[in-house]
Design a protein around this ligand. Structure first.
Ligand SMILES: O=C(O)[C@H]1O[C@H](OP(=O)(O)OP(=O)(O)OC[C@H]2O[C@@H](n3ccc(=O)[nH]c3=O)[C@H](O)[C@@H]2O)[C@H](O)[C@@H](O)[C@@H]1O
Length: 391
């Protein structure tokens, strides 16, 4: 009996030694793997832009509809870096995953592929409702969809705000003033919009979206903020956006004629996207429920603007005059006294500085898309009839 016990424990000792040896080999073998995993974990935690730490009390759960678009993605960056929890909802009609990919995987960030025309049920404290195509060729491409997005989409988001007690900021537009008969445009002006023209799907869509906000405020007590956004430009505008800034820069960079619609005497005032984003956040966190203009009051004719871009790009492109776009607003410039007085906000990025940054962005985009890849041509707006002429 003793002999059997001795034999078994001897075997066990041998087994133990073998097992220990195997464990040691495994440990040594997986060491490089462990190092690789550690490096990977480090690189993952370092890949995000720096994010502030906010206490539970200060950290908000924020929904941005259209958060993968041009303005929405810059707003996403600001709110993420400020330390909030951001949920981006986008149907990727004009938005792009690329615009927010640098946040994917971050614990404060979520990206949902969803169309606001369908209801959405999530818990949030604030809603920035930006979802809508914004460039004239994009919003005219499918006017019914533009109308649905701005009407049904806004109703859905107001319904969500009501259910969860969130505050909603609507990204409205200078287009609610139409082709204005007052200049500059202040928030008291009711506008001059053609309700059956090609721009109506957007202009009237945004006007009724504003109406809905105030109906929900009065009837249901929903907290609303309305930003009337004037012409904005900057990085992450789509190459195929069709608005004047991206068109002119891309044309100048590629040595193609800069397409001026009409005589070029119509005016616009352009703000850089970072100024707008700061204004949106200030407005959301203010107590102003009436509409507020956000724009840069420095006004230029479109022809002046074409010449400025040509000179900044140092381009030999010609200027080509095309027929004017139907119902194109002739003069537009924001009166921003309200934003200055009540939000302490005004644009700080000079036009040329913003343009140089945007030119740099588009040159890199062109490089990125080189090597036989398809580079979309700038889209044209809906024109009145007439012949192009060159300058
Ligand atoms: O940029 C913006 O933020 C605004 O742009 C558009 O409004 P619009 O002022 O018509 O914008 P553009 O398409 O950039 O046109 C500006 C002016 O440049 C002209 N244009 C545009 C493009 C082009 O290649 N050539 C050209 O002369 C247009 O006819 C117009 O007079 C949108 O409707 C607004 O929602 C948006 O807020």
């Amino acid at each position: 009996m003793m002999r059997v016990i001795w034999l078994i424990s001897g075997l066990n000792r041998r087994m133990m030694k073998i097992l220990l040896a195997l464990a040691l080999i495994a440990y040594i073998a997986v060491a490089p793997l462990r190092e690789k995993i550690r490096d990977l974990e480090q690189s993952l935690s370092q890949k995000y832009p720096p994010v502030k730490f906010l206490s539970e009390k200060d950290r908000k759960r924020i929904l941005i509809t259209g958060g993968a678009g041009f303005v929405g993605s810059h707003l996403t960056d600001k709110l993420m870096m400020d330390g909030h929890e951001v949920t981006v909802v986008d149907n990727f009609f004009t938005g792009r995953k690329r615009n927010v990919e640098h946040w994917i995987g971050h614990e404060n960030f979520e990206l949902i592929n969803h169309d606001v025309v369908e209801p959405l049920y999530i818990e949030v404290d604030q809603i920035y409702h930006l979802a809508s195509p914004a460039s004239p060729p994009n919003y005219m491409y499918n006017p019914i969809k533009t109308l649905k997005t701005n009407t049904i989409g806004t109703l859905n988001m107001l319904g969500l705000a009501k259910r969860v007690g969130a505050r909603l900021l609507l990204a409205s537009t200078s287009e609610v003033y139409g082709d204005p008969e007052e200049h500059p445009q202040n928030e008291e002006y009711w506008g001059h919009v053609n309700p059956i023209g090609p721009r109506a799907c957007y202009d009237e869509g945004k006007r009724v979206a504003e109406t809905m906000c105030y109906a929900y405020m009065k009837q249901e007590g929903v907290e609303v903020r309305v930003a009337r956004i004037f012409n904005t430009f900057g990085s992450r505008m789509h190459m195929n956006d069709g608005r004047v800034v991206s068109n002119f820069i891309l044309q100048a960079l590629q040595g193609e004629p800069l397409t001026v619609y009409g005589t070029g005497s119509q005016t616009r005032a352009f703000q850089y996207v970072s100024d707008l984003v700061n204004g949106l956040v200030l407005l959301m966190n203010s107590n102003i429920s009436s509409p507020v203009n956000l724009g840069n009051p420095e006004e230029h004719t479109i022809l002046e603007f074409a010449r400025l871009i040509k000179s900044l790009v140092v381009s030999r492109s010609q200027i080509q005059f095309l027929p004017e776009a139907q119902d194109d607003p002739q003069r537009r410039r924001p009166d921003i006294r309200k934003a200055k007085m009540m939000l302490g906000w005004e644009p700080v990025v000079p036009l040329e500085e913003g343009l140089n940054k945007t030119i740099h962005y588009f040159s890199r985009e062109l490089e990125h898309q080189a090597n036989n890849q398809y580079i979309p041509k700038p889209k044209a707006a809906r024109m009145k009839k007439g012949r192009p002429r060159h300058n």
